[in-house]
Design a protein around this ligand. Sequence first.
Ligand code: UDP
Length: 444
Amino acid sequence: MEHQQERCRRVVLVPLPFQGHITPMLQLGTILHSKGFHITIAHTQFNFPNTLKYPHFDFIALSDGVGEQTISAHNFIAVISAFNTNCKDHLRESLARMMEKEDQHNKTACIIYDEYMYFAEEVAKQLRISSIILSTSSAAKMLSYLAIPRLQNEGHIPLQDSKMLELVPGLEPLRFKDLTISYFRKLDDLLQLIANALDPRSSSSIIWNTMDCLEHSTLAKIQQEHQLPLFPLGPLHKMVPAISSSLLKEDQRCIPWLDKQSHSSVIYISLGSAASMDNKDLVEMAWGLANSEQPFLWVIRTDSRALPEAFQEAVGDRGCIVRWAPQKEVLAHTAVGGFWSHCGWNSTIESISEGVPLICQPYYGDQRVNARYLTQVWGVGLEWENDMNRGDIEGAIRRLMVGKEGELIRQRAKDLKDTIKSSMNQGGSSYNSLNELVDLILSF
Ligand code: UDP
């Protein structure tokens, strides 16, 4: 790394403002800050973070014209498209003003943008600075996106109901039902969004919150297609001192509760920031948990009042329910032995970095791709594909937490944790990727 102190350079970060995307971008900012860069976060007014939590960053608030909305799979595409249309001019003008005041020792080196905030690439080009993409999901998801034109040519898209359980040629072990496009009805809009997110345009490289040891062959295939340097830096949350980027308030009361539980005994249940169970499924889950006789920590973002009183009486202190947990701390706690997860990529990475095996209940987006890799490729999870009923839920929890099969899965999860840890140590792949990225930014 060359003359870091003499050339204090600024990096502008443009996150997609949803929980699962903000977190890895802020983690990346913290890592780059620790390497001597000044960091400016250009963030939409939508979900604008509490800047007091990040005194080491500068912030620009972008007018996005979106207003307050609850994000779900149903408005996701429209909202992203609005960000890309509405934020462009504001970002360009703000950065141009900022850059006018810079001296030669403090210059903006580049913009790093979330793959879905592709308008930032155009702004970088107009301002004659470099740009880098941050992909906050798995390489496997991107590979499945890159296959779309071929699958269209081969006549597989639009997907046919009768073929949903068949393996996708060239993407095994994914089945057609595992593809992101299988969930969305407005296929044209989604395909356009994917095409925009996939096109690197003039960007110089792609940063990933994944590890070479986890997705080596997938990353190699992507590199062949894109011909760009790829920097797998994950797990980002383990490369920095803990920062909390939660949009919701973390309920810390679950930590003393975990302290009282025995080693590896607790099943943690959380579906991330967007997916949720309807009331009927919540009740089935509740009785599945009660009947499994395992201690549990359950995140119910919506409303736990739907739970039957008899359930609360049956479980007593054996269960702890919160609206939002300090998840990284929870997964790192020695009492936690399993994670019932929707398999968002952050939850996936956070779980496998701590050696916690999963029950995978994917909902939409890339979650099915992640679930498939967790269960079929890395062998650290059980796949949940049934309708929610208490008997099967109880059975799945017991299989993971107390059965022979669970023991094998837990061992594989521990081995994977060790491999991931090595990738962060000096000479490991994530460690090296980070140094290469820093050198690249300094070369701009
Ligand atoms: N999370 C948390 N507390 C909770 C539930 C989730 O801090 O109670 C965090 C979790 O650690 C992860 C993020 O929210 O970093 C969820 O991201 P993910 O990609 O797993 O799913 P998404 O919310 O994007 O569907």
